[in-house]
Write a protein that binds this ligand. Structure first.
Ligand code: AMP
Length: 585
């Protein structure tokens, strides 16, 4: 009975969501009022002359649009231990480290109980819609989740990645139980100090509980693909552990070893079964349902920079549905995936109007402003004019601005979204790209999505040889005259020079942006260069980020490496096995 009561009543969650989204405009006004009232004594707001006003008009008139850089001095004081109300009414005691993929180093952002509550609200909302279509039974989840290194700031605040802060929160476990997604691995594995060891143990736990596993998930899809790529390497060792009931010596941390020892018992039948299943598979197709016969779906963020992993994920998933998780950031959540039937490529996210106050900078108008600004050479003087949540237009693209319960006011997150439609009166957003992740030299403009499409096209040429692009990145090389695009590929095996030359030409031709093509034709942009890197190069990039305090759970491969990210650039450039220049133009 108790267990039954602990499970979330999805109909109530959906009812609440429906009611709230029918009135998104007034919920937004109320939310802004609440944020401003709760934080009225914060120094940041006090200095802006709101004088107790909480309406959107006064808010927009008094509070400037900011980037992370503008807030750094305030955040620095908080991390240094100043507990006066700086950005929030209540002092901040925990800091999140955003993945920092774009800049190359993690950013510090405040984390608090309100942010935790919005996280849980997002989890509950998408689960409610998901479970209506794909009900999970009693059981467990194989979750590839990892904590980052725990650290303390100079002022003694806890600092970890946002996901780590969520996993460590006392409410996390109950919440996971309520949405029937309890992780099958013990805490020692999730919080283990070495992700290679944790990954191995997650796999082992999954196999031990194979009949009970209802879903396979991670925060971002990359971790799931990495897990099963690893499985291909270590499956025999996993079988040996299960057969003997003795954990591999590769697991060295005593806390992890003793937690695993409680679960691992000699089970030769299970070892034989897994061995048989693995050897019967063709190129690991359908591995996940074969290993976990009761899995209902695969779950994790699959849009944006995760899309390139979908092909491999589908390969492992066989017929199982892939469901994209929600849309948010270390700074705060934005929307939930309430239409789980859509394939990840078409997934959009309905904004929850009570988790923050949202504004949107229309990008079409802004392009003109941008050009005008360049002419006036006063780029930053023209303030873009954002619109409110219910004023966005279907089909248009916007840069998203958030005001959160955790001390961010009119904060430019840096993401570009497209409005796909409305659910009641709240918009459904598709993630388009990071705004500053752009390949540009001259009048060309290619986004992460354009790069992904070009890579997909060119990768078809090596698919014929049963090879795949394991991961990729790019860089604008302006050290040559003219500058040119450099695309880095890690490939699963050997491919002939002829085919790679063709891939290079194909990449060059696949950037269909008019500015790129015309610049290439007149040689204002030089021939595209394809650099094939050694196997394991992208693992080195991952290790580099983990060393900086990032966590595997939140890792996103940097798709476009800028000049400020010199360590990643060094790793890529230092591991080039072969390079090719395009002759396509
Ligand atoms: P982090 O820096 O680790 O907090 O990551 C937050 C960023 O990840 C967001 O600003 C987005 O760029 C990206 N992101 C988060 N959720 C999604 C999603 N559902 N689809 C695409 N990109 C996402």
């Amino acid at each position: 009975m108790l267990e039954k009561m602990e499970i979330l009543d999805v109909e109530i969650v959906i009812e609440e969501f429906e009611a709230m989204t029918k009135d998104a405009g007034s919920v937004q006004r109320e939310t802004l009022k609440k944020i401003l009232e709760e934080n009225a004594c914060a120094e940041y707001l006090q200095n802006l002359g709101l004088n107790g006003r909480t309406d959107p008009e006064s808010f927009k008139a008094c509070v400037p649009l900011v980037t992370h850089k503008d807030l750094e001095p305030y955040i620095q004081r908080i991390t240094d231990g100043d507990s006066s109300p700086i950005l929030t009414g209540k002092p901040i005691t925990t800091i999140s480290l955003s993945s920092g993929t774009t800049q190359g180093k993690p950013k510090f952002v405040p984390f608090n109980d309100e942010l935790m509550e919005t996280t849980l609200q997002i989890y509950r909302t998408s689960y409610a819609f998901r479970n209506r279509e794909f009900p999970v039974g009693k059981g467990k989840a194989l979750q590839f989740i990892y904590s980052s290194k725990q650290s303390k700031t100079k002022g003694g605040l806890f600092a970890g990645t946002a996901t780590t802060n969520v996993f460590r929160n006392s409410q996390f476990k109950n919440a996971m139980q309520a949405i029937q997604s309890q992780c099958c691995s013990p805490d020692e594995v999730i919080f283990g100090p070495d992700f290679h060891q944790s990954l191995y143990c997650h796999l082992l736990c999954g196999l031990i509980f194979r009949e009970e596993i209802q879903l396979v998930s991670s925060t971002f899809a990359h971790s799931i693909v990495l897990a099963f790529r690893t499985f291909e390497q270590v499956w025999e060792e996993l079988c040996a552990d299960i057969r003997e009931g003795i954990l591999s010596s590769r697991i060295t941390f005593p806390s992890v070893r003793s937690a695993m020892a409680k679960l691992l018992k000699p089970n030769p039948e299970l070892a034989d079964l897994i061995h048989k299943k693995c050897t019967a598979l063709s190129n690991w197709y359908g591995l996940i349902p074969e290993l976990f016969p009761n899995v209902k779906y695969i779950y994790g963020i699959m849009t944006g920079s995760m899309e390139p992993y979908l092909k491999k994920l589908r390969h492992y998933a066989g017929d199982l549905p892939l469901l994209s998780a929600d849309y948010g950031s270390s700074e705060g959540w934005i929307g939930a995936n309430i239409d789980p039937n859509l394939p990840p490529e078409s997934a959009s996210y309905a904004v929850l109007p009570n988790i923050g106050y949202f504004e949107f900078i229309p990008l079409n108008e802004n392009v003109e402003e941008h050009v005008q600004d360049k002419v006036n050479a006063s780029f930053l003087s023209a303030e873009p004019k954002p619109v409110g949540l219910t004023e966005v237009k279907v089909g248009e693209e916007y840069e998203i601005i958030m005001t959160s319960f955790a001390g961010l006011y009119r904060y430019r997150l840096g993401d570009v979204v497209k409005v796909m439609g409305f659910h009641n009166s709240t918009p459904e957003l598709k993630f388009v790209c990071r705004r500053n992740l752009m390949l540009t030299i001259n009048i060309d403009k290619n986004t992460e999505k354009d790069l992904q499409l070009a890579v997909e096209e060119a990768a078809k040429l090596i698919a014929g040889e049963k090879m795949e692009v394991v991961d990729f990145s790019s860089h604008v090389d302006v050290s040559t005259d003219p500058g040119h695009y450099v695309i880095f590929w890690e490939i699963s095996g050997e491919v002939s020079d002829e085919v790679l030359k063709e891939c290079c030409n194909c990449l060059d031709r696949s950037f269909v942006d008019a500015g790129y093509i015309s610049s290439r034709k007149v040689n204002a942009i030089g021939p595209l260069e394809l650099r094939v890197v050694w196997r394991g190069t992208f693992q080195k990039i991952l290790d580099h980020y983990l060393g900086l305090g990032a966590a595997l759970s939140q890792f996103k491969t940097p798709r476009c490496v800028g000049p400020t990210n010199n360590k990643v650039l060094q790793i890529l450039c230092g591991n080039v096995a072969k390079s090719y220049f395009s002759t396509a133009f």
